[in-house]
Write a new protein. Structure first.
Length: 309
């Protein structure tokens, strides 16, 4: 009886002679006797990561890492491990147009490392996607909370009271601040938890591309974290501009309503009231001539607002 041992072995042509394989949709199905323990085993290897969006053309050659999943008894098998003898090996699968598969030993060690990393990455991907989605929910809530805090604090009436150019500047600044905040949150969560991506990995060329991206994940995470920090700083700066314009920007001059003044002799003057520094006097700019009349209390019989003069 073969003892359980976590070990990578080499599958020779002789050991692969009894193996069969076929492509079923987006899976590569292989079956045969384990090269180490001799028990029958099978492996279903997915060709798509994360989720299925499309099925590409039939692959030419793909290097895959195959673990032993036999049901035989093996001494030393750890608790919680229900199958296999612990061995794993690599094979090069050539898939024909009809879905049939020809297996050969692996000749490229780098591709075998990439295939092993790819199979490891696939384990538990559903839980990882769900966990990332749960964390993304917190990011969306944070963004909505930012909008809910900033707008009421500034006040819509305060913005409406500004000069038109100040209103536009404040509005653009608020929009830029929210955009930067959204970018900061998105990049921070991408750096911490990644980004859901669907890739078809069905031949060696695509496997090489996937492995290059896999190796560059740390660099990409650092780059996204830098973008998040810069976007967060920009959010604070632009938000400060928006609040500053709202608080210190010039107000729109209040429009005066025309008034109609009746004098003791029955004559009527219509115009716009102006500010007066003298007590007991009223200044009015006449609508007919543009002249400014100064009227005292004795000169007024009645003053009433009108829509137009």
């Amino acid at each position: 009886m073969t003892s359980y041992e976590r070990k990578r072995i080499t599958a020779t042509t002789g050991r692969l002679s009894g193996w069969t394989g076929r492509r079923q949709g987006t899976e590569l199905v292989l079956s045969g006797a384990c090269p180490a323990c001799g028990d029958p085993t099978a492996a279903n290897l997915t060709l798509v990561t994360t989720s299925l969006e499309s099925i590409g053309p039939a692959p030419r050659t793909l290097t895959v890492s195959v673990p032993c999943c036999c049901s035989g008894a093996h001494t030393g098998r750890p608790d919680g491990v229900t199958d296999g003898c612990g061995r794993e090996w690599g094979v090069t699968a050539t898939i024909a147009d009809d879905g049939s598969v020809t297996l050969e030993p692996v000749t490229d060690a780098h591709l075998l490392v990439a295939a092993t990393a790819y199979r490891t990455e696939l384990q538990g991907q559903l839980q990882a996607v769900r966990a990332a989605a749960d964390k993304w929910t917190a990011g969306v809530v944070a963004l909505i909370g930012l909008v809910g805090l900033v707008v009421p604090a500034v006040g819509r009436d305060a913005i409406r009271g500004l000069e038109p150019w100040a209103q536009w500047l404040a509005g653009l600044a608020f929009a830029a601040a929210l955009g930067c905040a959204a970018l900061a949150i998105a990049r921070a969560y991408q750096a911490a938890h990644g980004w859901p991506v669907t890739r078809l990995v069905d031949d060696n060329e695509r496997l090489r591309e996937w492995y290059e991206r896999y190796q560059g994940r740390a660099v990409l995470a650092v780059d996204r974290l830098r973008q998040a920090v810069r976007a967060a700083v920009a959010t604070v700066a632009v938000l400060a501009v928006a609040v500053g314009v709202t608080i210190f920007g010039p107000d729109t001059p209040a429009a005066s309503t025309p008034v109609q003044v009746t004098r003791p002799d029955g004559s009527v003057t219509c115009g716009v009231l102006l500010a007066s520094t003298a007590d007991g006097a009223v200044r009015i700019r006449r609508a007919d001539s543009g002249d400014v009349d100064v009227l005292t209390g004795a000169d007024l019989v009645r003053v009433k607002p009108v829509k137009t003069c």
